[in-house]
Design a protein around this ligand. Structure first.
Ligand code: FAD
Length: 420
């Protein structure tokens, strides 16, 4: 088989690049080894946001008494999971149709480079191409001795696919995936304990932003323990006994039913045989690219999680458009402002520079900050925790914004537009 453009991986980055390239007139083939839609639609953003929305409704009902509303929610977890799976199916079917409608040829299987202009799919079908885009995404990092193959150990995909709620859940890692899933399971009635090696949750965010999230989580009964690394686990009857260790060697044990390991994600490049196409990776295994997504091999691009931070679906989609437009000989759109959101309660959303980063970039920042406690709209939404902050330079040009509070994920879009 021959194609002008071969896209490897049908997640948000890959399908966006494939569709845009086909719209620009290229003959495009997309090889996907699992389900079209990738991690985001099948096992990441969409299922997690669906369950957060569903459990938010439960939480709203649970706390409606102060508005004079009395409801006792009854939750059927299996039905909730069916509803979530229905949304995933609708979206993945939609993306498949969109690819076909735009003339993208879909091939099922695992692609592996066998030269700098060809791949084999599942070892037997050869596809030659003029250009290629690698969009193979990322997978959860496993902890030594906590194999995801062991029954009580979950990665995020297994946790989001579960149709039962474990009575006691230990979450290893307080990054955004660990904190979002802790929120879901605690709202569904699990007793949730989190262990984190560092000394705060969501370490990439400022403490001012993470503190309200930490406080709300602990108020809800999530037990968060810092400075502890999960070291080993064993079964004791029906219990799963996990031992953690501090830097000084102090140990603590937790008796739980399930363990969710959410300590980060690594690029999926094994099996691609990148050497055959002379594609270089950085020391952490991410494919090295320039600002248009071009790899060390001129006619091969890499986009999305496999090309490193920001490992976010919308960033991958943008990179897909940049690669497609570059290949089509057009000038790609710029993205100076890429928002990031943590869908905890309260939500955190950021874009551009915070005051410290502005100062590091030689800007003497002008900062405006408004607490939700003083917002009438926040009071009526019963969400008065947190604040919105804008960061500008001395001329009044907006360089960033940070929000922790209600609807931060929606509000950040407006700041993003302004920063961009
Ligand atoms: P992926 O979505 O991982 O897709 C890669 C695809 O490539 C896969 O389908 C895989 O099967 C295929 N593939 C791999 N190797 C081969 C091969 N050799 N041949 C053929 N096919 C191959 N991001 C957000 O922006 N917002 C969120 O709210 C959010 N929530 C998340 C929640 C969770 C629990 C997780 C795990 C992730 C979340 N993310 C979120 C991150 C988001 O899912 C990723 O950034 C996004 O999926 C990356 O897209 P991608 O196209 O690069 O890769």
């Amino acid at each position: 088989m021959e194609t002008e453009l071969l896209v490897i991986g049908g997640g948000p980055a890959g399908y966006t690049a494939a569709i845009r390239s086909a719209q620009r007139g290229l003959d495009v083939t997309l090889v996907e080894d699992g389900n079209i839609g990738g991690t985001c639609l099948n096992h990441g953003c969409i299922p997690s946001k669906a369950l957060l929305s569903a459990t938010d409704t439960v939480h709203e009902m649970d706390t409606a008494e102060e508005m004079g509303i009395y409801v006792e929610p009854y939750v059927d977890v299996e039905e909730m999971v069916e509803w979530k799976d229905g949304i995933v199916e609708q979206l993945t079917d939609g993306v498949g149709s969109l690819c076909r409608q735009n003339g993208v040829e879909l091939v099922e299987g695992i692609a592996q480079f066998s030269g700098d202009n060809k791949v084999t799919v599942n070892g037997d079908q050869e596809i030659t191409f003029d250009s290629a885009i690698v969009a193979t995404g990322s997978r959860p990092i496993s902890l030594p001795d906590f194999s995801f193959d062991a029954d009580p150990i979950w990665d995020s995909r297994q946790a989001l696919g579960a149709d039962q709620t474990p009575p006691r859940l230990l979450v290893v890692g307080a990054g955004y995936i660990g904190m979002e899933l802790s929120t879901i399971f605690s709202r569904l009635g699990s007793s949730v304990t989190v262990v984190e090696m560092l000394d705060k949750p969501l370490p990439q965010y400022e403490e001012e932003l993470t503190q309200p999230v930490y406080e709300r989580a602990t108020d809800r009964g999530i037990d968060i323990n810092f400075g502890e690394a999960a070291a080993e686990w064993r079964r004791d009857g029906n219990d799963v006994v996990v031992t953690t260790k501090t830097e000084d060697g102090e140990t603590t044990t937790y008796e739980v039913d399930r363990v969710l390991v959410a300590i980060g994600r690594e690029p999926v490049t094994n099996g691609l045989n990148l050497d055959a196409a002379s594609i270089e990776t950085d020391p952490n295994g991410f494919i090295e690219v320039d600002e248009d997504g071009r790899t060390s091999t001129d006619h091969v691009f890499a986009i999305g999680d496999v090309a490193g931070e920001p490992m976010l679906a919308h960033a991958g989609m943008h990179e897909g458009i940049v690669a497609a437009e570059t290949l089509a000989g057009r000038s790609p759109p710029s993205a100076d402002a890429v928002p990031a959101v943590v869908f905890t309660k309260p939500e955190i959303a950021t874009v551009g520079l915070n005051p410290g980063e502005a100062a590091e970039n030689g800007i003497d920042p002008v900062v405006g900050k408004f607490p939700f406690a003083a917002s009438g709209r926040a009071m009526t939404a019963r969400e008065t925790t947190g604040f919105a902050r804008l960061v500008a330079d001395q001329d009044g040009t907006l360089v960033g914004g940070q929000i922790v509070g209600p609807e931060a994920s929606e509000l950040i879009a407006e700041i993003t537009l302004a920063v961009q």
